[in-house]
Design a binder for this molecule. Structure first.
Ligand SMILES: Nc1ncnc2c1ncn2[C@@H]1O[C@H](COP(=O)(O)OP(=O)(O)O)[C@@H](O)[C@H]1O
Ligand SMILES: [Mg+2]
Length: 273
């Protein structure tokens, strides 16, 4: 992976590689993703990016008119360069937490500060701008547009920020090649690709804008082990080499073990393992 040319990326890499030295290597020559864009492209304030989540609470109404308290006071902080896993039983609130962090859902209480941006106080248009510029989200079921080609799907976030069409498609094709999808597959409509290929496309789409915050919701949950491992390694490698914060919700203990830290959601709160 070519590294983003940030003056601090070298320092960060040293810090995170020492954290990772206790576990398995997270960068054993798996796919490497050349995001091909300096972090400076996405504005000031991202080089020292921190995420601070304080006393987050969220409940949902049940059909019976009651309330399920999913998050009951979640607090943690993290910084660029870290890869963090979030574990917890099914229904523990992992997806809910990721959705709150990027403002896809609103919290009932608490605060989320991403860099200098207060997510819980932002307008919907500021949130849309923040997500497009600074966040990459990998969904469990990829949420690609099935009738568009792989390259068109990957280029979409760039087109939204008015990157020239030809350049966006060129960068998309290059990223797809780096995850092993050749030009024939990048020109195929996504609906014709296998589950593993589709998830690789989803990872490329999430990373093409060089986001400082990457949220992945059980990205390998539906894939066979080998391809799931590749997806996970590519995300962790992205955090290490691009001074980004990557948070992965997962059931996979082996994947959690190669992250810098694991947070476990239990009874609506986070605890360190
Ligand atoms: N939009 C929603 N409306 C009602 N209940 C929801 C909604 N989203 C999540 N829940 C409930 O919140 C709980 C946590 O869900 P989720 O965050 O998806 O857990 P996990 O990702 O850990 O499996 C579950 O009981 C789920 O049914
Ligand atoms: Mg979930």
């Amino acid at each position: 992976m070519s590294q983003v040319q940030s003056p601090k990326s070298e320092t960060r890499e040293t810090e995170t590689s020492s954290a990772n030295a206790q576990g398995a290597s997270a960068d054993p020559g798996h796919w490497t993703l050349d995001v091909g864009q300096s972090r400076a492209d996405v504005g000031r304030g991202t080089l020292d990016f921190r995420l601070t989540v304080t006393d987050l609470r969220k409940s949902f109404p049940t059909p019976a008119g009651e309330k399920i308290e999913v998050l009951r006071g979640v607090s943690f902080s993290a910084r660029a360069g870290e890869a963090i896993s979030i574990m917890g039983a099914s229904g523990a609130g992992k997806s809910t937490l990721l959705h709150l962090i990027c403002g896809l859902e609103a919290a009932d209480h608490g605060s989320i500060i991403a860099g200098e941006f207060a997510i819980n106080r932002a307008t919907s248009s500021a949130l849309a701008h923040f997500r497009n510029k600074q966040v990459g989200f990998v969904f469990q079921f990829h949420h690609l547009l099935p009738d568009l080609t792989a390259a068109e799907n990957v280029s979409l976030p760039l087109l939204i920020t008015r990157t020239r069409h030809g350049l966006a498609m060129q960068r998309a094709a290059r990223m797809l090649a780096e995850v092993g999808l050749d030009s024939r597959m990048s020109a195929s409509v996504v609906g014709h690709l296998s589950g593993g290929e589709q998830q690789r496309v989803a990872v490329c789409r999430a990373l093409i804008t060089s986001p400082v915050l990457v949220l992945a919701d059980e990205p390998s949950g539906n894939l066979d082990t080998a391809i799931g491992d590749e997806i996970a390694h590519s995300l962790i490698s992205y955090a290490r080499h691009n001074a980004a914060l990557v948070i992965i919700a997962t059931h996979n203990r082996a994947l959690a073990a190669i992250c810098d830290r694991t947070l476990v959601l239990r009874h609506g709160k986070l605890c360190d393992v």
